[in-house]
Design a binder for this molecule. Structure first.
Ligand code: GLU
Length: 301
C-alpha cells in the first residue's frame, strides 16, 4: 500500500504577530513537510473572536512570506467554518457523546484542576440538567477513556482522559466552538497527515484523538517540538510580551530557530538569507534530531 501523501500545516492564532517561538513551530512543520516532498498548509485559528484580529492574521501571513515560508493552496480561516463545527457537534450529540452543561464559572470555582490549571469537570450535568437549569456549554464525555499514541519526538504516551482533563468543552458558553473540536474537524477537512506543533499542545493530543475516533476521522501523525521560553521560563506569547519577529536579519533568526530544532546550519551558511537556509533545512531535516526536551531553556532573540 502506498502511504498517504504528506500534508502538513501551521495553524497560528492571530492574537498578535509571530515571534521567535511561533517561528520555531512554523519552520519545523514546513521543513518536515518539504523534506517529505509534502504539501504545507496554513490555517488561521481565529475561533476566539475577541482575542483575534484580521490585522494580526494579515501580519502573520506577511511575516511567513518574508521568512520564505511559502504555503500551498488557500489559507483556511476558522471563523468562516462554524457550519462544519456545528455539524460535528451534532454528530457527537446524536451518539450521546456530548451533553449540555449549565455550570457557571463560579459553580466550578472549587472544582479540582489539572497541573495545567484546567478544570477537571466533576460531572455535575453529565446525567442530565437539573430542573430549571439552562444549558450553557457542550461537553464531551471522557470517562473511562485512555488514549495511547505515538509522538514522533516524544515516543509512546498514554493519557487517561478522566484523570487528566475530564469531560471537556467543545462549545463554549459564549457560543464559540472550542479549539479541540475545530482543530480536529479542520485537520480532517484539509487532509492533514502530519501535525508538527509546539510542545505546549502535546497533552491536548489525546482529547483530539478521542474526538477523531468519535467522529470517525483519521488520526494524523504527531510531533511536538520544543517551546521557546523567555528568561523567566515562560512560553513566548503576547501575554509575556514576546517581541514580533524582526524585519531585518531574518537569516540569522532563522538559523537560530533551526539550531534550536537540532538543525544548526553549517558555517558556510552564515550570512545566508531565508531562501538558502530553508533549502538547506528541507534537504537535511531529520525529525529524530529535534530535541525531546519540551522547552528551549536558552531563550532566543
Ligand atoms: N492555534 C494554536 C496556537 O496558535 C495551534 C493549534 C495547533 O497547531 O494544533 O497555539
Amino acid at each position: 500500500m502506498t502511504p498517504a501523501p504528506y500534508v502538513g500545516r501551521f495553524a497560528p492564532s492571530p492574537t498578535g504577530p509571530l515571534h521567535v517561538g511561533s517561528l520555531v513551530a512554523a519552520v519545523a512543520s514546513w521543513a518536515d513537510a518539504r523534506a517529505a516532498g509534502g504539501r504545507w498548509l496554513v490555517r488561521i485559528e481565529d475561533l476566539d473572536r475577541p482575542r483575534c484580529s484580521q490585522a494580526a492574521a494579515d501580519t502573520i501571513l506577511r511575516q511567513l512570506d518574508a521568512y520564505g515560508l511559502a504555503w500551498d493552496g488557500d489559507v483556511l480561516v476558522q471563523s468562516r467554518r462554524d457550519d462544519a463545527y456545528a455539524a460535528a457537534l451534532d454528530a457527537l450529540k446524536a451518539q450521546g457523546a456530548a451533553y449540555p452543561c449549565a455550570c457557571t464559572r463560579s459553580r466550578l470555582a472549587h472544582a479540582p484542576r489539572n497541573p495545567e490549571g484546567e478544570i477537571l469537570y466533576p460531572g455535575i450535568c453529565r446525567n442530565g440538567l437539573a430542573p430549571g437549569a439552562v444549558a450553557r456549554a457542550w461537553r464531551v464525555r471522557a470517562s473511562n477513556v485512555s488514549i495511547h499514541f505515538e509522538d514522533r519526538i516524544h515516543g509512546r504516551l498514554e493519557q487517561a482522559l478522566a484523570h487528566a482533563v475530564g469531560d471537556f468543552i467543545v462549545r463554549r458558553a459564549d457560543g464559540l466552538f472550542a479549539y479541540q473540536l475545530a482543530v480536529v474537524v479542520d485537520d480532517a477537512f484539509q487532509g492533514v497527515t502530519h501535525v508538527v506543533r509546539g510542545a505546549d499542545l502535546l497533552w491536548n493530543t489525546p482529547r483530539q484523538i478521542h474526538l477523531q475516533r468519535l467522529l470517525g476521522l483519521p488520526t494524523p501523525a504527531y510531533a511536538h517540538v520544543p517551546l521557546v521560553t523567555n528568561a523567566t521560563g515562560q512560553k513566548l506569547s503576547k501575554q509575556t510580551l514576546a517581541p514580533a519577529l524582526p524585519e531585518a536579519g531574518r537569516g540569522a533568526v532563522l538559523a537560530e530557530a533551526l539550531a534550536a530544532l537540532g538543525h544548526p546550519p553549517p558555517d558556510d551558511l552564515v550570512g545566508a538569507g531565508p531562501g538558502e537556509l530553508l533549502a538547506w533545512a528541507s534537504a537535511h531535516w531529520h525529525v529524530e534530531n529535534v530535541p525531546r526536551h519540551p522547552t528551549i531553556a536558552k531563550p532566543l532573540a
